[in-house]
Design a protein around this ligand. Sequence first.
Ligand SMILES: CC(C)(COP(=O)(O)OP(=O)(O)OC[C@H]1O[C@@H](n2cnc3c(N)ncnc32)[C@H](O)[C@@H]1OP(=O)(O)O)[C@@H](O)C(=O)NCCC(=O)NCCS
Length: 204
Amino acid sequence: MDGDTLKVETLTGPALLPHLKDLARLRIAVFREYPYLYEGDPAYEASYLARYTRDGGAVVLVRDGAEVVGAATCLPLAAEADMIRAPFHDHGLDCERFFYFGESVLLPEYRGRGIGHAFFDAREKHAASWTGTTHACFCAVVRPEGDARRPQGYRPLDGFWRRRGYVPYPRLVCHMAWREIGGEAECRHDLSFWIRSLGDAPLP
Ligand SMILES: CC(C)(COP(=O)(O)OP(=O)(O)OC[C@H]1O[C@@H](n2cnc3c(N)ncnc32)[C@H](O)[C@@H]1OP(=O)(O)O)[C@@H](O)C(=O)NCCC(=O)NCCS
């Protein structure tokens, strides 16, 4: 990673409070892109992001000098919202054993320098330190093959996630609603899970 000016740091609890506005700005900027196409809602962002300041949550921040240019979030799955835990309940999986990785967002000009790997390293370390955690998981939006909105040259992250040891679980799907760019109303999106073991525990 280009370490000359970039600083990567894992923050928890009240130390995160001064950065929630930066996090909201980053999420809104980065998730406008395909595949999320999220029309950001600052009011929602404020309440959504507050959860990471409690219950074992953590945020990995990347700063270039004073500017926050990237962030990745995580929280014990048991502390997550019902809609995120629902597929685990439905498939008889014990939420207490999973740590949920919420999002990784990095401004485009900082990509391709290893920060995505640093986000996973830091969150996996934090998750492994949480008693009872055996697995990490995250979910990604499912878009149809041949989606006309997919930009030329778009590189899916699936290969990266597999190389990090994550396995797709297409049967574990949660649903989230957001308004898409140019849309009038919120619509429901399917997000399917990826899981990896953080130690010796077998995959579910
Ligand atoms: C996910 C994200 C944080 C990764 O950041 P990054 O710093 O570019 O990642 P790295 O440099 O560590 O590279 C990670 C992998 O991404 C791939 N990659 C590198 N540059 C890339 C680029 N410009 N575009 C797409 N993928 C790229 C590489 O294949 C690499 O995998 P490898 O090292 O196993 O070959 C960043 O791409 C991003 O913010 N994307 C938009 C938001 C998003 O989709 N987040 C994930 C779901 S929440």
